[in-house]
Ligand binder design. Structure first.
Ligand SMILES: O=C(O)CCC(=O)C(=O)O
Ligand SMILES: [Fe+2]
Length: 306
């Protein structure tokens, strides 16, 4: 099939970037139903656990609706991305905040306290608790964690630049300052997640050659937790797979990927950090992120790890 014909088929199947209207999220999944159909957790290393099929298709739809309803609010409550604006008379190009409905929005985010998710807060907490409990039963190195904040990351369909998110550590203030796990649930398109403690280009290459680089294909409904000894390990999403969106989420996501990341960032003012960019602020983690950003510069604006 020609490239153009393939693209036509994909458009028919995957539809528009954003659906026109979003139904209410409806009743939340009961607490006891979380992880009922999950695969047993896989411990990839002390502090790194994957739970395949952590959430069922119905639960995924509920989570995606909660995230998309929030994401479609205007920035900064909704998904936002910073892009260079047209250069001014002095040649400089300031950043312009855009909502995720912009064409080719790329990777956009929204960050808030869990309390801001209203009716969804309690079920979201129950999901996170179920994941942390399962991971801890499987992995003695995984610390407990009670989430305070939720980061939503939206990779729009067609945002298949590589890396989708460059190597970085979650070490900014809004990521939390403890070894409690980052708990991430993947929805929509599949992605390749990589993790490498003490990352450098050379170390990554050496581990890769030895088959020892942690690589996980995250499919819709899968969860990954990294905490304890690996809480500050570098990680990246090397790739989001073209047109791989789970069919049950197609009408809702239009072929995007969502990552819902729970964090224990106790004491952080969500309003202050709603549009926080470590590089712009020069705060903790900026060095690592700046180098990751330089690495990703071929990927274009908005593709840095901040
Ligand atoms: O999209 C993902 O699964 C990872 C996102 C991530 O690493 C981050 O936002 O810090
Ligand atoms: Fe991260």
């Amino acid at each position: 099939m020609s490239k153009a014909r393939r693209a036509l088929f994909a458009d028919a199947l995957y539809g528009a970037e954003q659906p026109a209207a979003l139904a209410p999220a409806g009743p939340a999944p009961p607490d006891a139903s979380w992880l009922a159909a999950a695969s047993p957790p896989t411990v990839l290393a002390p502090g790194l656990v994957v739970v395949k099929d952590a959430v069922t298709p119905d639960q995924q739809r509920w989570l995606a609706l909660v995230a998309m309803r929030r994401g479609r609010e205007p920035p900064p409550r909704g998904f936002w991305v910073d892009r260079p604006a047209p250069a001014g008379p002095d040649g400089s190009s300031p950043l312009r905040r855009e909502p995720n409905s912009s064409p080719n929005a790329g990777r956009a985010r929204a960050y808030d306290a869990l309390g801001a998710f209203a009716d969804a807060e309690a079920p979201l907490r129950a999901l996170c608790a179920a994941l942390v409990g399962a991971a801890r039963r499987a992995d003695a190195a995984m610390p407990p964690m009670a989430p305070t904040h939720l980061l939503l990351v939206h990779y729009s369909r067609g945002q298949h630049v590589r890396p989708a998110i460059a190597w970085h550590k979650d070490d900014a203030p809004n990521d939390g300052k403890n070894d409690h796990p980052v708990v991430a649930v993947s929805l929509g398109e599949s992605a390749d997640f990589q993790l490498c403690a003490g990352w450098s280009r050379a170390r990554q290459a050496a581990l890769d050659a030895a088959g020892a680089l942690h690589r996980v294909r995250l499919e819709s409904g899968d969860a990954i937790l990294f905490g304890g000894p690996l809480r500050y390990a570098h990680h990246a999403v090397s790739r989001v797979h073209v047109d791989s969106c789970a069919r049950h989420l197609l009408p809702l996501l239009g072929g995007a990927r969502l990552s819902l990341t729970f964090r224990d960032a106790l004491g952080i003012d969500a309003a202050k950090y709603a549009t926080f960019r470590p590089i712009a602020h020069g705060e903790a983690g900026a060095g690592a992120r700046a180098s990751a950003c330089a690495m990703a510069s071929v990927a274009g604006p908005g593709m840095c790890a901040d």
